[in-house]
Unconditional design. Structure first.
Length: 191
């Protein structure tokens, strides 16, 4: 994975690559975030890629959550952690971002919550590194520049108050998406 840019003393690292390849630096427990849908039972985009790479145990864990604590699925803006099957990380944190409906339907607060809840769970589990995809900016249609600013603010707020995770990786599939993040996030890149 190629490093694109760094922010906040290097605690936010923007990289280009496939999030299913993320393995972290080896300095402690890691997780990737899945941009899931409310069913938790898989879907397209990054969700499909994560389930394919993790193998059937991930779907079985999600099905078990649906039978036990989440019979109605996961609320938009909430997050839940599972194992990671065959993925080279310890855990997957599933979150559901909002579907963009013009911006006046609570989408910014729901996107903030999706990032903040994922980070809260990662901190509670003492994870050292956490990698996010660009939640809601694919099929869910959230404009990437607006999502960048909201994600950066939510992550910055968490990191200012917490030592875990030490580092947050933002994984973009395409260079142009990483460029958009860097231009729109409102943070000053490290040299
Ligand atoms: P959502 O439904 O939350 O919008 P999507 O999966 O449709 O989620 O897209 C979210 C972002 O993830 C998009 O920018 C998309 O290009 C990107 N993406 C898709 N597959 C991968 C992958 N394997 N690794 C990293 N990013 C990915």
């Amino acid at each position: 994975m190629e490093t694109h840019s760094r922010f906040l003393d290097g605690r936010i690292v923007c990289v280009i690559g496939d999030i299913t390849d993320f393995r972290g630096s080896g300095s402690g427990a890691t997780a990737i975030v899945n941009a899931a849908n409310r069913s938790l039972l898989g879907g397209g985009g990054v969700d499909g890629a994560i389930h394919r790479a993790a193998g059937s145990s991930l779907l079985e864990e999600c099905q078990a959550l649906r039978r036990s604590t989440l019979p109605d699925g996961l609320q938009t803006g909430a997050a839940v952690m599972t194992g990671a099957g065959h993925l080279p990380v310890a855990h997957v944190i599933h979150t559901v971002g909002p579907v963009w409906a013009g911006g006046d339907a609570g989408e910014p607060e729901l996107l903030r919550s999706a990032y903040a809840e994922s980070l809260r769970i990662a901190a509670a589990a003492d994870l050292v590194e956490l990698a996010f995809p660009a939640v809601s900016t694919g099929v869910f249609g959230y404009p990437p520049p607006l999502a960048a600013a909201k994600a950066a603010a939510a992550i910055g707020t968490h990191l200012a108050a917490n030592g875990r995770p030490e580092s947050v990786y933002l994984v973009f599939f395409q260079r142009q998406d990483a460029d958009t993040f860097a231009q729109s996030c409102g943070l000053t890149p490290l040299e």
